[in-house]
Structure formats: C-alpha cells, structure tokens
Design a protein around this ligand. Structure first.
Ligand code: NDP
Length: 278
C-alpha cells in the first residue's frame, strides 16, 4: 500500500507557489473574514494566515463580533469586492446562525472567490467550464494526480453529498472522465456500491465507517473525514488499519486531505492574482 502523503505534497506545492510569488511584481493578497469566536474557525483561520505568510501572500484579517448584523457583514464583503488590491476573499464558515451565508457568499465576485463556493463558480464547475473549484475537492484531485492515479474510465464512488466536499468532488471527477456514483445516508446497498469503486472517497464525518469489507482489492481510498475518536485522537471515516490491507493507495488522517485543502486555497489565491495582474 502506498500512503497518499498530503503533508509532503502540500509542502511541495507551497514551495512551488513561494517561487512563483517571489517572481510576481504585485504580491497576491487574501482577505479573511471571520465572524464570531468559534474555536475551530479561529484555528483554521490562523492556519490559513500562517500558510499565506509562508508563500508570500499578503493576508488581511477582518473580524466581526458574533452578533454582527447581516448588513454589516454584507457591507464588509462588498467593500472588499471593490478593493483593487484584494485578490481573494475568504468568508470563514460556519457563520453564526442568524446570518444568511448564501446571500453573503453571493456578494463575493467569482474572480475573487478563492474558496469556490459562490454560485457562479459552482455553476461553472457543474457545466465543465473553467472556474475556481472548492479547495478540499481540488486538493483531493491534485493529491491523486501527483501519485499518478488517472481518472479517465475509472469507477469513482463518493460517499457524502455536501456542498463543500461531496457534490463538487463528484463534478470534478466527472469533468476528468471518471464514472461517478454519489452515495449518501439514503443509499441502498452502500457496501456493494463501495466495493465497485476503483477510487473510493469517504466524506461522511463518521469515525472509521469504511471498513475493509467495503473496499475493492487494489482501490485508491481517500479519507476526508476528521473525527474525534473514542480514544480522544483524531481519526478519519476509514478504518485505516483494516483498509490498508486491501487498498493500493490510502490517505492518512491527519496528514492526508487536510494539508491539501490549505495548499489549494493558496493556489487559488495566487491564480486569482495572476489573472488580475494580467
Ligand atoms: P456533511 O455532514 O455536510 O455531509 C456528510 C455526508 O455524509 C452527507 O451527504 C450524508 O448524507 C453522508 N452520510 C452521513 N451518514 C451516512 C451514512 N450512514 N451512509 C452514507 N452516507 C452518510 O459533512 P462534510 O461534507 O462537510 O464533511 C465530511 C467530513 O469531512 C467531516 O468529518 C468533516 O470534518 C471533514 N472535512 C474535512 C476537510 C479537510 O480539509 N480534510 C474539509 C471539509 C470537511 P445525507 O446528505 O443523506 O445526510
């Protein structure tokens, strides 16, 4: 079994980006908007800002209180949309419950939407056009590609249909000529569906849900899940120890998909700046 080492590949990508940014006359900049004090979001934002610094992207941090009004967040995003020196806008999700996230995301111009969540970019990817893809699905595609795994004609099974992982990933796989099945909580005969997969991707959020008997011999298995196991340690959606005996490729948790997600945010930001620099 070959470990799909997202930590190593993400480091390589950051180094490539650092070199590219060092040659740019105007440095890319990313505006990060955080509303409230969700502890997980605080950690994610800190990680993203640190990664930006590492490759030479200028990060601008905007913090609003938990009780910020819809209008206040909208005004901030609108003003960032207009600023010519801002290349990317990241609205850290989830937002406090009283805010309409979809409406705010819709205010981010698609060319600055480096998270790939705006309706225009989602639509472009759905139509197979050139758009900014969501970072986690893009990171998975990049990780598999860098290990020489091709998609064309392969049977790919994605478990999970969320807006941020499952759905956009299914579209990216389809755009690369895989034959794609999307499974979810209402899927009948999930085990049989999984066992047909050449590429199996689990984005469920349930500790060690995918067991060896659900995996085809020689499959590439990607574990997107981040769960806190009963032992208190981080674990994925895949039973790593069992599945490693059958899979040809497998991602670890942590150190698999997670670092790739941040690397793709950086790459989307650099590419957005390149386009704006002309
Ligand atoms: P969601 O909760 O939004 O979606 C989970 C999906 O899993 C749903 O589509 C749900 O189906 C499906 N599901 C739940 N139970 C079952 C079941 N018993 N059988 C089949 N399908 C099931 O989660 P996300 O997509 O946001 O995240 C998934 C996991 O990935 C989480 O652990 C999250 O922390 C992690 N994650 C990791 C990232 C990274 O960078 N590494 C980034 C984003 C997420 P239904 O639609 O029917 O409810």
């Amino acid at each position: 079994m070959t470990l799909l080492d997202g930590k190593r590949i993400a480091k390589e990508i950051r180094e490539e980006l650092r070199l590219k940014v060092s040659g740019m006359s105007r440095k890319p900049s990313l505006a990060v908007v955080l509303v409230g004090q969700d502890p997980a979001s605080e950690i994610y934002v800190r990680g993203k800002i640190k990664a930006c610094e590492e490759v030479g992207i200028r990060s601008l941090s905007y913090r609003l209180p938990t009780d910020a009004a819809q209008m206040q967040v909208e005004e901030l995003v609108k003003s960032l949309a207009e600023q010519s020196d801002v290349d990317g806008i990241l609205l850290q999700l989830p937002l406090p419950k009283h805010l309409n996230a979809e409406k705010i995301l819709g205010l981010i111009p698609f060319e600055k939407d480096v998270d790939g969540f705006s309706p225009v970019n989602v639509g472009k990817i759905a139509l197979g056009e050139d758009g900014i893809s969501a970072c986690t699905p893009l990171g998975i595609m990049e990780l598999l590609s860098r290990y020489g795994i091709c998609f064309s004609g392969k049977r790919a099974v994605v478990i999970g249909r969320s807006k941020i992982v499952g759905r956009p990933l299914a579209l990216l796989l389809l755009n690369r000529d895989a034959t794609v099945t999307v499974c979810h909580s209402k899927t009948a005969q999930l085990k049989e569906e999984c066992r047909r997969a050449d590429i199996l991707i689990a984005a469920i959020g349930k500790e060690r849900f995918i067991t060896a008997d659900m995996v085809k011999e020689g499959a590439a298995v990607v574990d997107v899940g981040i769960n806190r196991g009963q032992d208190g340690k981080l674990c994925g959606d895949v039973d790593f120890d069992g599945v490693k005996e059958k899979a040809l490729f497998l991602t670890p948790v942590p150190g698999g998909v997670g670092p790739m997600t941040i690397a793709m945010l950086l790459r989307n930001t650099v590419e957005a700046a390149e386009k704006r620099n002309g």
